[in-house]
Design a protein. Structure first.
Length: 302
């Protein structure tokens, strides 16, 4: 955890470089995009790596890409599912600090994460959080959950919020200001998202969600624009200043997040939270920089 408020991706990179290096265990590491990111992160001294997978394929892929894997530890396990369990075991035993997905089906990868014996269960739901550096903003904005939970229940949303607070605190955001998004900023019995937003705000007020100021329902403009909030006469400690945006469902989170990248030219990094240690799962569509920043986020939290 840092006492300094990290406002952009350069701040995150500097904070990681100033820490003792964390070790990232990569499951089924014979993936071209992952190996390029591993080399880049290792060169920038963001983390050390243990690659678990088919060593012959890892080396062949690295040679094809011109990737140098000197000083990178490798463990031979040609079976992808077994590689996932080996990588998870490294993290759960303390031999590694962060888990990363390679060339393996996400369901098989998460099955290992949630294994009752060697997995990384905490009792909380797993959730995805995306961190954005956006033009025109002097702070990082986070969105959850656009990648894991399809239609989270009220209790799952409480877990999702608690997961996000953990990352916010590591970024120096204390307390985190969390907006529960809906289409409107008033409670409407015909709109379930507004009812859940009001319940979550009350849960935080009564200490059922800790370390954050939670308010909702808030429409997107009221959550991030002080001018919009003042224009609508909204009196809230979160309105216009939200650090974390909690979306009603996966569709809203996914579309909002992608619009920030592809329309607003935002930069993204992401993690899966709720496990005992951070989990890096990057998309094939993510840029090289997004993969590097996701590793950096994991190393900061690990």
């Amino acid at each position: 955890m840092t006492d300094k408020l990290l406002r952009n991706f350069d701040d995150i990179l500097d904070a990681v470089k100033n820490k003792s290096p964390k070790r990232v265990a990569v499951a089924a590491a014979q993936d071209d995009a992952v190996l390029e990111a591993v080399q880049g992160a290792h060169k920038q001294k963001l983390a050390d790596f243990t690659l678990v997978g088919d060593i012959d394929k890892i080396k062949a892929t690295a040679d094809k890409l011109g990737v140098t894997l000197n000083d990178v530890q490798m463990i031979h396990e040609p079976d992808d599912r077994k590689a996932a369990y080996r990588a998870v075991a490294l993290v759960s035993s303390g031999e590694a600090d962060v888990l990363m997905k390679g060339l393996i089906n996400t369901a098989d990868f998460l099955r290992a994460v949630l294994d009752k014996e060697i997995g990384l269960r905490t009792g909380r739901v797993l959730s995805h959080i995306a961190v954005y550096q956006l033009p025109g903003f002097d702070r990082l904005i986070m969105i959850t959950d656009g990648g894991m939970n399809i239609a989270p229940t009220l209790q799952q949303k409480a877990d999702i919020i608690q997961n996000s607070v953990q990352l916010a605190n590591v970024l120096g955001i204390k307390p985190a200001k969390i907006a529960i998004l809906a289409a409107v900023e008033v409670v409407n019995p015909d709109m379930p998202a507004t009812l859940e937003a009001a319940a979550l705000a009350k849960m935080a007020e009564r200490g059922q969600i800790k370390g954050a100021i939670v308010d909702g329902p808030l429409a997107l403009d009221n959550a991030i624009s002080m001018e919009a909030a003042q224009h609508k006469g909204i009196n809230s400690p979160v309105a216009g200043m939200a650090d974390i945006l909690v979306t009603p469902d996966i569709e809203a989170g996914n579309m909002l997040g992608k619009s920030l990248v592809y329309i607003a030219n935002g930069k993204i990094a992401g993690l899966i939270l709720g496990a005992a240690k951070p989990v890096v799962v990057t998309s094939r569509a993510d840029t090289y920089e997004a993969k590097i920043m996701s590793i950096a986020l994991g190393a900061l939290l690990g």
